[in-house]
Design a protein around this ligand. Structure first.
Ligand code: ZN
Length: 108
């Protein structure tokens, strides 16, 4: 459903479902921050309590892990949120809503 890393295609290439109605906005990063924060903070506290490593070990572990997890989770989380909006017929995904008549961004 993506035509670039986080750019949602206007339409599904398989069935033609219009996807440009989604309004994911800031929700994907918000959800990713929540997930990554819980994973990294839990692991960080566990390692600190168990091994008491030097601060450079913490920096070398948690900074790359945080960046990798955030980048890896953004596309599936955004896809899931667009899917939720579609399933709940939010925004223009409801064919009877006024937003459903909006043209795709490129067609304006
Ligand atoms: Zn489709």
């Amino acid at each position: 459903m993506f035509r670039a890393f986080l750019k949602v295609s206007d339409c599904c290439p398989v069935c033609g479902e219009e996807l440009h109605h989604h309004r994911a906005d800031d929700a994907p990063p918000y959800v990713v921050i929540t997930i990554v924060g819980h994973i990294v903070v839990f692991a960080m506290l566990l390692v600190e309590k168990t091994y008491r490593p030097d601060i450079w070990v913490h920096i070398g572990l948690w900074v790359p892990l945080t960046i990798i997890l955030a980048i890896a989770l953004l596309p599936p989380v955004k896809g899931a949120l667009v899917g939720v909006q579609w399933a709940l017929r939010m925004h223009g995904f409801d064919p009877n809503s006024p937003e459903a008549l909006e043209a795709p961004p490129g067609a304006r």
